[in-house]
Design a protein around this ligand. Structure first.
Ligand SMILES: Nc1ncnc2c1ncn2[C@@H]1O[C@H](COP(=O)(O)OP(=O)(O)O)[C@@H](O)[C@H]1O
Ligand SMILES: [Mg+2]
Length: 504
């Protein structure tokens, strides 16, 4: 096959017209999916951050409100001086306030009477941080002491003396009264949590194991070391779903490409079969025409010779008539073969099954080839078992099939010219075999020679004319009789074709 054969062109076409666009679509699809994934991720993060900021604001507002309420009550109380018992009551009534300390301008502890635990050191350091300006200006400050936050503010006591109030928050109460209130409600797949300065959760709506943090926003005031963080439970994060979609897309694309590939391969195979069939058909036409021409020209030549009246010898004339007869018989055989073949192809061949004695049918068929057999010096042997029963067959069709086998045996013989036709019962069936000692058929071709138009070993067979439909016809005929045809052959040694027919 040349480099510009239709098949090569088809492969190139398939590559350019299908594979290249498919690849472009694949690449574009992948790139846009990637972009979409990253912008979705960005948007999602922004949303999460907004949500966290809103939550933080809410918490701060509530906290500020509670603190101010407490400070207002404290200020009212201080108007009547520092009275320890009343202050104790005040602290007990405000669950958010853990420990309250009051100092005078000189830094002396006014309330309570003594320090609790480590507080002495912590608050002393705080006191040192409080500047002169703060005492005068007032206002409030969040001071960080270790892992807790202390709120400090200057209040007026009885007589207008400034008092520094510092208190720490009760984390338990904070969690219960404020975080739970603000962050607890709502049904959403995202988990809102509050984490401390080390990232440990202080509060979270749902368990956080294996959840993925997607955003964290710090509080501006009130809880300076803590942050609101948003988590996504495992498996539901949008990143996961994007990843899933990318997977689905990739798999779909791969399937698409495989389907396209399979389509190309199938089309390629089909086209190769069609091309092969077209070649076989054109060979068939050339072969049949040539086959018809030879007997026709013989008939014409002998007819003309007779017509001119030149042959005076009666015996010679007789011989000429016989040649014309023989050649026209051969011509009918050829035409019958082609016509029957096309009738079979069209599904229109009918078989007329009648109980038939096989011996006369076989002998008649071989006799029809008596002239070429004798002329080419064939050693002919016909052996029919005497006890053969009559078989239900279409005599004409079986004769035609057998004739094809004999014709092939003659045509495909080499130096050793031998024909053996044998009919016997074997394994409960009738076996009619036609054997020669001719050129034989190579193993890989033996399965193909029964296909229409197929002619084996091209260079070997080429010298001998034929249509390639003979064995296709033989196979069809025996199969229509419920039998089958087999071949045993060795190149150079000869071939044996056997028709197997069922008995009764
Ligand atoms: N007896 C045989 N010996 C060797 N080759 C054979 C024989 N019979 C058939 N073949 C091979 O099988 C092919 C198909 O046979 P057939 O269908 O009768 O077509 P044709 O004889 O017209 O070529 C032949 O072309 C030949 O190659
Ligand atoms: Mg043939």
């Amino acid at each position: 096959m040349g480099p510009r054969s239709p098949l090569t062109r088809f492969s190139l076409f398939g590559l350019l017209a299908i594979v290249v666009p498919a690849a472009i679509v694949a690449v574009l699809g992948y790139v846009s999916l990637r972009q979409w994934a990253s912008s979705a991720e960005l948007l999602f993060r922004e949303q999460a951050r907004d949500m966290a900021a809103m939550a933080a604001e809410k918490v701060e507002m509530l906290l500020r409100h509670a603190e101010e309420e407490f400070l207002a009550r404290l200020e009212t109380e201080l108007a009547s001086g520092v009275r320890a018992a009343a202050l104790d009551d005040l602290v007990t009534q405000a669950p958010l306030v853990d420990r309250l300390y009051l100092f005078d301008r000189a830094g002396e502890l006014l309330y309570p009477a003594s320090w609790t635990g480590e507080d002495g050191r912590i608050f002393a350091r705080l006191l040192a941080e409080v500047s002169q300006g703060f005492w005068e200006r007032g206002g409030r400050r969040d001071l960080i002491a270790g892992d807790q936050v202390v709120l400090a503010t200057v209040l007026k006591s009885r007589g207008g003396a400034p008092v520094l109030a510092a208190f720490s928050l009760n984390v338990e109460a904070l969690r219960r009264e404020i975080l739970e209130q603000t962050l607890g409600g709502g049904e959403s797949s995202t988990i809102i949590a509050v984490v401390d300065h080390l990232g440990r959760p202080v509060y979270s709506r749902q368990p956080l194991e294996r959840a993925e943090r997607i955003a964290a926003v710090g509080f501006r005031g009130g809880l300076p070391t803590w942050r609101v963080a948003l988590y996504q439970p495992p498996g539901v994060s949008p990143r996961e779903s994007v990843r899933r979609q990318v997977m689905v897309f990739t798999v779909a694309l791969a399937v698409l490409i495989v389907v396209i590939g399979a389509g190309i391969v199938t089309t390629y195979r089909l086209m190769r079969r069609e091309t092969e069939m077209a070649r076989l058909k054109s060979d068939f036409v050339a072969n049949v025409s040539h086959d018809l021409k030879t007997p026709l020209s013989v008939i014409r030549m002998f007819g003309e010779t007779l017509e001119m009246g030149r042959v005076t010898d009666a015996a010679a004339r007789q011989e000429y008539y016989r040649v014309i007869m023989r050649e026209s018989e051969r011509l009918s055989r050829l035409i019958d073969n082609v016509l029957d073949f096309s009738r079979i192809e069209g599904g229109g061949r009918r078989y007329d099954m009648v109980p038939t004695p096989l011996e006369p049918l076989i002998r008649e068929t071989v006799d029809a080839f008596a002239y070429p057999l004798a002329q080419q010096g064939f050693k002919v042997e016909v052996r029919v078992a005497p006890d053969l029963p009559e078989v239900n067959v279409d005599a004409e069709a079986i004769g035609q099939a057998l004739g094809n086998l004999v014709d092939n045996a003659i045509k495909y013989s080499g130096e050793r010219k031998s024909l053996a036709v044998e009919a016997r019962r074997l394994d409960g069936r009738i076996a009619i075999s036609v054997a020669d000692e001719g050129i034989g058929i190579p193993d890989p071709e033996q399965g193909k020679i029964f296909e229409k138009f197929y002619r084996a070993g091209r260079s070997d067979t080429q010298g001998r004319r034929g249509s390639g439909v003979g064995l296709a016809l033989v196979r069809h005929v025996v199969e229509a009789h419920g039998g089958r045809v087999t071949v045993e052959s060795r190149p150079g040694a000869g071939s044996r074709f056997t028709l197997w027919l069922p008995v009764g």
